[in-house]
Write a protein that binds this ligand. Structure first.
Ligand SMILES: Nc1ncnc2c1ncn2[C@@H]1O[C@H](COP(=O)(O)OP(=O)(O)OP(=O)(O)O)[C@@H](O)[C@H]1O
Ligand SMILES: [Mg+2]
Length: 373
């Protein structure tokens, strides 16, 4: 059976699709911008936000597939994505304008949290989302080093002007309507001379994090990625008190001790009501460049198993790769995306993270207070 499509029928089908940012039907939010149908052609234009930039292609494909299934007799089905602008709400009392705030933590030190936090942020930015990075590791800030930025930030009208990171251009050109934006970066490393120790008590720590969140001129953001210090109790508590976090990503290595610490970190995030969005296994294995032989230096598959046991999404693995370390040391973490191998692992983590957020939004009850409605 293949009825000839009507413009109304096409519009109706597309309107039922969930917007990947809000999880609400596209029709409810005025995102079906145009639809046209004739017996041999369907053309639809849908508006999506830059928050969902990483899911534009996938969403377009799904809508196209749905239309082809519903109207198999139509030879030409075309779905166009256009930009739908939806500004972020002000979050919490600090008034940060961001749609998703994601903390990247672990429990154990040195497992690659900062590398993953910065890489995830850059991956989202290269897809066309507006992304900021907050280095919440006040005692051992490493984000400035990883991205090659330094110098004291300026002050404008009593607010902090963050350093801007160029995330670089993606391998494939972005769809029309999306562009790579410079990323605001804030870290205590910009305020304290390198090599100088910060000796602060708990309340000062709370104040420093709150101030960096509140007083930095972040501009409107799709994502704020927060690089957490190891053993994140204090900072996680502060964050949970000052703004609603979308959730946390927990990084670990396949080693038992790292997994144990990651399990504790997960419990800690849950205790302060920060949902855990998923687990990333870093330093999963090493493939010797000379022989192509794989070595499971810290064991294998542990994080995926632990994630399954704890009923937490597994976002993916990243092997030990010499270029990742070299790029980090050279202040060029963005270059991880210019390396096809590293890129494929990192992009897959970013996609699962954003896909998971979309699924969470779709599963959550509609929020009547969404300021953009
Ligand atoms: N997949 C990887 N391959 C190679 N080197 C890596 C990888 N991940 C991280 N590294 C390197 O390991 C070191 C530690 O990484 P990073 O600083 O990101 O860890 P961390 O968990 O943030 O540490 P800390 O607990 O001190 O904050 C860095 O030199 C980094 O370049
Ligand atoms: Mg770190």
């Amino acid at each position: 059976m293949s009825a000839a499509p009507t413009t109304e029928a096409v519009r109706g089908l597309v309107a039922e699709f969930n917007d990947p940012e809000s999880g609400r039907p596209l029709g409810d939010l005025g995102q079906v911008l145009a639809s046209d149908a004739s017996p041999d052609r369907i053309a639809v234009t849908v508006g999506l936000t830059s928050h969902a930039a990483l899911l534009w292609k996938q969403t377009r494909g799904r809508i196209e597939e749905r239309l082809r299934t519903a109207f198999p007799g139509v030879a030409d089905v075309s779905v166009t994505i256009a930009t739908h602008d939806r500004p972020p709400a002000k979050l919490g009392q600090i008034g940060l304008e961001a749609k998703s705030v994601i903390a990247v933590g672990s429990g154990k030190g040195g497992v690659g949290k900062s590398t993953m936090a910065v890489s995830i942020a850059i991956g989202l930015a290269r897809a066309g989302s507006r992304v900021g990075i907050l280095d919440a590791d006040v005692y051992g800030p490493s984000v400035p080093h990883l991205v090659g930025l330094e110098g004291r930030p300026g002050i404008q009208d009593g607010r902090i002007v963050p350093q801007q990171l160029d995330p670089g251009q993606p391998a494939e050109p972005l769809p029309e309507g999306l562009a790579v934006q410079p990323m605001p970066v804030m870290s205590m490393g910009f305020m304290v001379p390198p090599g100088e120790a910060v000796v602060w008590r708990g309340p000062m720590l709370h104040g420093a994090i709150t101030q960096m969140l509140r007083d930095t001129l972040w501009g409107p953001l799709d994502y704020l990625i927060i690089d957490m210090p190891p053993g994140t109790g204090d900072i996680a508590l502060t964050l949970s008190q000052v703004l609603p976090l979308s959730g946390a990503v927990v990084v670990c290595t396949p080693q038992d001790v790292a997994l144990l610490d990651a399990t504790k970190a997960i419990a800690m995030f849950q205790k302060v009501n920060i949902p855990v969005l998923g687990m990333v296994e870093n330093m999963s294995f090493f493939v010797c460049p000379d022989t192509g032989k794989r070595y499971d230096i810290f064991g294998t598959g542990g994080a995926e198993r632990t994630a399954k046991e704890l009923d937490i999404p597994f976002l993916g693995e990243v092997p030990i790769q010499i270029p990742i370390r070299e790029h980090g040391d050279a202040g060029k973490t963005a270059a991880n995306y210019d390396d096809p191998q590293a890129r494929s692992y990192l992009e897959s983590i970013c996609s699962r993270l954003v896909g998971g957020l979309a699924a969470r939004h779709a599963a959550a009850p509609p929020m009547p207070t969404l300021p953009t409605l």
